[in-house]
Design a binder for this molecule. Structure first.
Ligand code: OAD
Length: 237
């Protein structure tokens, strides 16, 4: 097998062809919304109803999108590597559930998930497919109006950093897919991988902000270049 331990970081570009908007492309989310209003603790404190409306719409949007060949290829990579005694760690900045729906079993959502909500009073986390509002009750503690999307906002600490740090120390290749490399700490993972001297592969539509740190890059649509790369890694071609 070409690699024993693969660390993959995905961003919104992998879901673009499924119909989920990216953030910084011209038609991206941050061209339509002010992130300070909908993706910061301050924005939520100022207008929670607006923040709920924003995430309710995105959660509802999951129903009408499907995984694309890039998600499918990564699920196949996980299954096949597992059978052959290797491991992959799939870290995503995405809050959609397309990796899981493609069949990936172990996905690290470092920026949270649209299908989860958390109570700012008791900390309970609950699965959520519905709309929430300033009147939603926490099923765990009974408080009303304390449920918020379980999404990491700007100024908040991403999740699972220890787990990701450990994977960065043990992986023998780092692969970044569909991310512009503009949000840290995720954007900095390539520097840590580069410092360890392991191969760093960028699969993206265009060079990311940290493109110079990758030892290999392929530019094109995720639905084409990801399955191609996976086939090569698995030795199918
Ligand atoms: P960006 O919108 O910053 O970058 C998306 C990247 O995907 C760009 O480099 C595009 O060129 C690329 N791309 C677009 N379509 C593609 C396709 N079909 N195939 C391959 N690549 C494609 O999104 P992210 O890097 O994911 O955080 O953004 C990182 C974080 O910033 C997000 O998790 C979110 C956002 O603010 C929070 O909300 C905390």
């Amino acid at each position: 097998m070409k690699y024993q331990s693969i660390l993959i970081l995905t961003g919104s570009g992998i879901s673009a062809e499924s119909g989920v908007a990216t953030f910084r492309d011209p038609d991206g989310v941050w061209a339509k919304y002010d992130y300070r209003e909908v993706a910061t603790p301050e924005g939520y404190a100022a207008n929670p109803a607006l923040v709920h409306e924003f995430y309710n719409a995105r959660r509802k949007g999951l129903v009408s999108v499907e995984p694309n060949p890039a998600h499918n290829a990564l699920a196949n990579l996980e299954m096949t590597m597992g059978r052959r005694g290797g491991t992959i760690t799939l870290v995503t900045q995405n809050v959609d559930n397309l990796h899981e729906r493609a069949g990936s079993k172990s996905v690290i959502h470092m920026h949270g998930e649209l299908t989860k909500v958390t109570c700012i009073s008791c900390g309970a986390v609950a699965h959520c497919d519905e709309e929430i509002s300033v009147e939603t009750k926490c099923e765990a503690c009974g408080e009303i109006g304390t449920m918020r999307p379980d999404i990491v906002w700007f100024g908040e600490m991403p999740k699972f950093l220890d787990e990701i740090g450990a994977a960065l120390l043990s992986a023998d290749v780092f692969v970044s897919i569909g991310t512009s490399g503009s949000v840290y700490p995720a954007a900095g993972y390539v520097f840590e991988a580069e410092a360890r001297g392991i191969p760093c592969v960028e699969l993206n539509l265009e060079p990311s902000e940290n493109a110079a740190s990758f030892s290999e890059a392929r530019y094109g649509k995720a639905s084409e270049i990801v399955p191609q790369w996976v086939s090569e890694v698995l030795g199918d071609q």
